[in-house]
Write a protein that binds this ligand. Structure first.
Ligand SMILES: Nc1nonc1C(=O)NCC1CCCCC1
Length: 235
């Protein structure tokens, strides 16, 4: 699952240029029976299986040997803290991260208590395994690693970087099904374009995700632009 992800695109380039290192530790390689068993039945009954403790903790130990004892162990599950850009920024501070990807119905709680530093969720829905959430987290963190993105501004301008939703974007043709690109974007007036984009981000955030303003302290300019946006809707 991870090979295409770590060999293509932003992550692929970062791995190729040595800005990122990705290594896998498969619990199956830490089993000692013929069937390389990694799952076991849950105490208390109930459907499905859990991941066995020993192959998991041995894999984590091996990963720590490779990445260093200071590696942060992260477990991805719906029971984790909801991942936001702020959370990504805090995670990007670590030099080494071990992402524990669950399968079946999950892992023994004692593995989480004894080996996991932080539990994170990428959203309130249930997936079949932790691999896709791990790749989501890897992609979001990698974009913040200096030198990983060609044009670093694009990461800074990413939505949520200022806690706001992204503004609308346009490319050719200038008229599409009778709908024209907003004139300001054709004006070449970079200050006007910056203000328009900021106002659009503020307006969209207000219309679609007003709760995001709870964690934001708007600058005077932002407040002025938002007020004008709201007033324009009253007309
Ligand atoms: N949502 C999520 N956010 O992060 N992970 C998520 C998930 O849905 N993970 C599924 C895994 C969880 C461990 C047991 C097997 C299924």
């Amino acid at each position: 699952m991870f090979a295409p992800f770590t060999q293509q695109g932003v992550i692929g380039r970062a791995v190729k240029t040595g800005k990122l290192e990705v290594e896998h530790f498969n619990p199956r390689d830490f089993t000692h029976d013929r069937h390389r068993t990694v799952d076991d039945r849950p105490y208390g009954g109930g459907p499905g299986m859990l991941m066995m403790v020993k192959p998991l903790t041995d894999a984590i130990t091996a990963a720590k040997l490779a990445g260093g004892e200071k590696s942060k162990v992260i477990y991805l599950s719906p029971q984790g803290k909801p991942l936001t850009q702020a959370g990504v920024k805090s995670l990007a501070e670590h030099d080494n991260i071990i992402l524990l990807c669950g399968r079946y119905e999950g892992v023994d709680e004692r593995v989480i208590e004894s080996h996991v530093d932080e539990e994170w969720s990428i959203g309130d829905y249930v997936l079949s395994g932790g691999e896709l959430p791990a790749m989501v987290m890897m992609d979001a963190i990698a974009r913040l690693v200096p030198g990983v993105l060609g044009h670093s501004d694009s990461a800074i301008e990413d939505s949520f970087s200022h806690g706001l939703l992204d503004c609308p974007h346009y490319t050719r043709p200038e008229i599409l099904d009778g709908k024209a690109v907003p004139n300001v974007l054709l004006s070449g007036d970079h200050e006007k374009i910056r203000q328009w984009r900021l106002q659009q981000s503020l307006g969209r955030t207000w219309l679609r995700r007003p709760e995001l303003f709870n964690d934001l302290a708007l600058t005077e300019e932002q407040q002025r632009l938002l007020d004008a946006f709201q007033a324009s809707l009253q007309q």
